[in-house]
Design a protein around this ligand. Structure first.
Ligand code: NAD
Length: 286
């Protein structure tokens, strides 16, 4: 393998998915959570997701057993000392990520070790500035659900060494079997910078009374063969997440296409966050 000693910090939705694909690829993976109880919960969720994949016929029993034997869960950052790559997937908060990268910089000691962030919207350059090794820091942005979606965005900064970016690209492509695209370090990278104005346009269309939510979604599903309409997709992503992403892109580009429309603000203020709260542009039984 290009890299077979991986660390993942944050064992939530994305961190457990990233750990799962790395372990299935054959890497030895240590997942670090904020405390012992959360580490235990991350272990339980990762194990049950692997067992569900076996039950669904997506992976073989032996591969599941092999992956489980290569996964370790901890609440101690020191357990990441020998990692060649650490992927951060903690809460989307600039201060928290900067503090974590400063701590990782002290702990992760291999001379070629790389620190990567799975952030969706925070500047990789700012995160890298918390370390003494910005030449070995990149963005590595996976998509949810990680085992199902092939795409990974690789984000080198102006500081990132070419050999670091090339090595992480080969790891994602050759070891993990992902499809890698590169983006400059810009809010939203490629995919969210294109997707967000589209979702916001659908919200504006609904807000203006242009068409019903059902017809807006039907239009794009049946007329453009999209697998899901924009308002259903916004509900799936989470309206709070869409608001946070559009706000950070608006702050970066000052392009009105990224400005969150009032209807989105009112829905988030009302606690209507989409599928996860049972109500967004559509209703969901929970
Ligand atoms: N959810 C998505 O669809 C998605 C997609 C791509 C990227 N991302 C990005 O991935 C990151 C994680 O998102 P998520 O949806 O998995 O969040 P999540 O809330 O499911 O998981 C975050 C985890 O990080 C843990 N954590 C927080 N601080 C920690 C610390 N200091 N040390 C160790 N663990 C810590 C929390 O206990 C939690 O389990 C965010 O930066 C997010 O923007 C999310």
């Amino acid at each position: 393998m290009i890299i077979d000693q991986v660390g993942v910090v944050g064992g939530g939705l994305m961190g457990t998915g990233i750990a799962r694909v790395c372990a299935l690829a054959g890497a030895d993976v240590v997942i670090c959570e904020a405390d012992a109880a959360r580490a235990e919960s991350a272990r339980a969720r990762t194990e049950s997701s692997l067992r569900r994949a076996v039950a669904a016929g997506k992976i073989a029993d032996a591969d599941c057993a092999g992956a489980l034997s290569r996964l370790r869960f901890t609440a101690s950052l020191e357990d990441l000392a020998d990692r060649e790559l650490v992927v951060e997937a903690i809460v989307e908060d600039e201060r928290a990520k900067a503090d974590l990268f400063a701590a990782l910089d002290k702990v992760v000691s291999a001379p070629t070790a790389v620190l990567a962030s799975n952030t969706s919207s925070i500047s990789i350059t700012k995160i890298a500035a918390a370390t003494t090794r910005p030449e070995r820091v990149v963005g590595l942005h996976f998509f949810n659900p990680v085992p199902a979606l092939r795409l990974v965005e690789l984000i080198p900064t102006l500081h990132t060494a070419a050999e670091t970016a090339d090595r992480i690209e080969r790891f994602a492509a050759e070891d993990l079997g992902k499809l890698v695209i590169r983006s400059q370090d810009r809010a939203g990278f490629v995919v969210n910078a294109l997707l967000t104005p589209y979702l916001l346009s659908a919200v504006r269309m609904l807000e203006a009374g242009f068409a019903s939510a059902e017809d807006i979604d039907r239009g794009m599903v049946e007329g453009c063969a999209h697998p899901i309409g924009p308002l259903s997709l916004a509900d799936f992503v989470g309206l709070d997440i869409l608001l946070a992403a559009s706000t950070s892109m608006y702050e970066e580009f000052r392009d009105p296409g990224f400005a969150p429309p009032p209807l989105l603000l009112r829905m988030v203020e009302s606690g209507f966050l989409g599928e996860k709260t049972g109500r967004g542009f559509f209703s969901y039984s929970r």
